[in-house]
Design a binder for this molecule. Sequence first.
Ligand code: FAD
Length: 404
Amino acid sequence: MPSVIEKDALIIGGGIAGLWMLNRLRAEGYDVMLLEKNQLGAGQTIASQGMIHGGIKYALTGNLNTASEAIADMPEHWEACLAGTGDVDLRGTNILSKHYYMWPRNSLRSRFNAFLGSKALRGKVTSVDKENYPAFFQTHIKGPLYKLKDIVLDVPSLLNCLSKTHQSNIKLFNRDKWWSVERNAEGEFKSLTMQQDNETYIIKAKQLIISSGEGSKDFLKKLIPEKELPDNMQMQLRPLQMTLVKHTQPHPIHVHCVADQLTATPEVTITTHQCADGSSAWYLGGELAESGAHRTQEEQIQVAQKKISELFPWCDLSNAQWHSFFINRAEAQTKNGKRPETASIHQHKNITLCWPSKLTLAPDLGQQIVNLFQEKNVEPANYNNPDLSNLNFPGIAVPPWDTM
Ligand SMILES: Cc1cc2nc3c(=O)[nH]c(=O)nc-3n(C[C@H](O)[C@H](O)[C@H](O)COP(=O)(O)OP(=O)(O)OC[C@H]3O[C@@H](n4cnc5c(N)ncnc54)[C@H](O)[C@@H]3O)c2cc1C
């Protein structure tokens, strides 16, 4: 006999999107289950740089658009959560840096002064006095250096915080075994059937939420015939090649290095992470990662080495280990293929496809899903479900700096 489980909502995918929505919906009293096929965060979330940013970098172009507006309040929102006073309790998440720095090339100095003078940015970016430079930069750079109100989080501890009180509702979705999804005559999601240890589980839910990142496309394919799939449920991928430099430099850095042109993508965006083996890793994103998508790994490492020695000539990295890997950003499709500016949800009957677009925007996505449930009058119900302790918790993904 299969075990039949009934839920208000079933979430597919346990990255930042799925976990944030699980927290918000459970706090609203909904009975929600999350299925993850790998480990929590295993897609983009564990590979992210952990920056919670207020969109200042978009303002570099002088164009304070929807992106900057949607994202501007996010650092404060996260700070409240980190302090235990926000809509999700993130106490216990490690903060790697309370500030992010922006270091423009000297030639940009005058344009930066104009940029800082703009009303929208007042109070959000401050120029750093020489004596207050972070240890890594002291005496080495002429400046200018700017401090942003952005924060950098340790993502594994964030995933732990988001999952630890919900472990009995987060289960491993063993897709190696046979599984199926069923819809009713109206085309609504009815149930998902899966197997583990020769047991069959039928999970019925009033609402299905798909937050499977790049995996969303395959999941949707199994659920909705191609010709029925609404246009707004299409996704786009933006490929990146990220670089890791493992070394023993004593001082962490969290900085956007801004090149000679003011664009929304800094030439290199660097965060520093502590590795399990005691070394540190600089994690290099920004334009280096975007253009790197078209290079081989060997070429990427050469380009990264050249760039870093140009930027930090005082740094001895002769014993450093250099690694790189490819990863896609998976997002809602936009008309021009550019990055989407906000978190978004896309509905088809009782099926909702969700894209946070950025780690930073997860709170926005969480609010959108709560609003949707309220608009649709989804009422929390009491179910008499069987014991699910046989179904495993998927565990938390290992960050790239500990797998290379
Ligand atoms: C290299 C990189 C750096 C980034 N840095 C930042 C940053 O510093 N700041 C920022 O704001 N944003 C950043 N981003 C963007 C941010 O990481 C993503 O927008 C966000 O993590 C997406 O979260 P998600 O939950 O939608 O998807 P994912 O994190 O990809 O999670 C999807 C989950 O679904 C699971 N899954 C897939 N298919 C199935 C299935 N069929 N059944 C069950 N589970 C399934 C996957 O295993 C995965 O765990 C970065 C992105 C990348 C790639």
